[in-house]
Design a binder for this molecule. Structure first.
Ligand SMILES: [Zn+2]
Length: 384
């Protein structure tokens, strides 16, 4: 009787749930199994059934469960046209869902976060209450753009440092003051990143920031920081990327797509960018070439904003959403066209760390200068 009591809620839950595509209505309803109907009644459960019926009850339940399983599997293949996609993870996910339903434990679901997770066409027979666990890999040939979260109407503000780097290498001996200012040596960069790690900073992406501002999700770490690199220099791949990866940090790299297309010396190639993207780095738009965007007409701006975005999408498989204005120059026309073309935010060279929904196309950064000591770096971060 004890074993039966443990088994029953599960069986009842499965039979009650009614989520198995209607097949069980023909093969396994409560009325087909009078024993179950009786046991469904609490008072009946207290009574001791006749010895003969009790003997057959457990095998009968097992048979019913097996029939349901067969119906589910048959239903999946009956309703799903043949495809090359491996269905096993989806079937496993559906069983996981069915189990959660039968125990009446609500499974918290969150919209998959903007990680370019491949998504599948909505399946009309899939229970939608809990969805498919996001950790289940579902191969799919189609790419679904990351949706901009619908703002929930709440005003939020964050003070998060967005660090700005350019070169991560030792400048040549004849470098001018600008090149020296834009260059952080690999040694100093490694020390800065290690200091961040040792002091509890966790890197987030610009996507995280936009989601947090709009819907307050995902929850940000206690000490969030965003690390960005402008211009797409090859030393970013050679020196910065390995250091970031070793510390489990992520970075955002703003590249010049026409420069990348012609494999210009000194700049990262598409192969490098693909590798970095696959490793969790964000590759976003700086422009086609390193020319100023302010004072341009709409056609020019569309060509120089949409063009790089489409090139990155074609090469890396996702639509970039952020532009770092070249030389920090922009005007209202740049903001308007960028917004129209699907960008979520524009990143400036203005000094600051205060971010709200009102200044998404004028995000502030902290320029890390080439002559900074580690003490200076620490002081700037702590006081930001
Ligand atoms: Zn630049």
């Amino acid at each position: 009787m004890r074993k039966m009591a443990l088994t029953l809620p599960c069986a009842q839950g499965i039979l009650r749930s009614g989520t198995f595509y209607g097949r069980e209505k023909r093969t396994g309803t409560m009325t087909d199994f009078p024993e179950l109907e009786e046991l469904n009644d609490d008072s009946a459960a207290e009574e001791t059934p006749p010895a003969g019926r009790r003997k057959f009850l457990l095998p009968l339940l097992l048979v019913a469960v097996v029939m349901l399983v067969i119906c589910v599997v048959a239903g999946i293949f009956a309703f799903q046209p043949f495809s090359a996609v491996d269905q096993r993870p989806r079937i496993a996910a559906m069983f996981a869902t069915a189990t959660a339903t039968s125990t009446n434990t609500p499974t918290p679901t969150l919209t998959p976060f903007p990680t370019n997770t491949p998504t599948q066409t909505p399946d009309p027979v899939t229970p939608t209450e809990t969805g498919i666990p996001t950790e289940t890999p579902i191969p799919t040939p189609t790419y679904t753009p990351t949706p901009l979260p619908t703002p929930d109407g709440r005003e939020r503000e964050y003070f998060i440092p967005i660090l700005m780097y350019h070169y991560v290498s030792t400048p040549p001996a004849d470098a001018d003051i600008y090149r020296k200012d834009l260059s952080v040596t690999p040694e100093n960069f490694a020390k800065q990143m290690q200091w961040l790690k040792d002091n509890g900073y966790e890197t987030i992406t610009l996507y995280d920031l936009i989601y947090a501002l709009n819907i307050g999700w995902p929850p940000l770490p206690e000490k969030p920081i965003i690390i960005t690199f402008d211009d797409g220099y090859v030393d970013n791949y050679e020196n910065a990327y390995p250091i970031l990866s070793d510390l489990d940090f992520t970075g955002t790299f703003f590249v010049l797509t026409d420069v990348t297309d012609r494999s210009a010396p000194g700049y990262m190639t598409w192969d490098m960018l693909k590798e970095m993207s696959a490793a969790g780095m964000s590759i976003e738009v700086h422009g086609r070439e390193h020319i100023e965007y302010s004072g341009r007409d709409t056609n020019w701006l569309v060509y120089h904003l949409l063009g790089p975005a489409e090139t990155i999408e074609a090469n890396l498989g996702y639509k970039p959403r952020f532009i770092a204005y070249t030389a920090g120059k922009y005007d209202q026309a740049v903001i308007d066209v960028a917004h129209e073309q699907g960008f979520w935010a524009g990143i400036t060279t203005q000094n600051g760390t205060h971010h709200t929904k009102d200044n998404l196309f004028e995000l502030q950064r902290l320029r890390v200068r080439g002559d900074w000591s580690l003490d200076t770096f620490e002081a700037v971060i702590i006081n930001s």
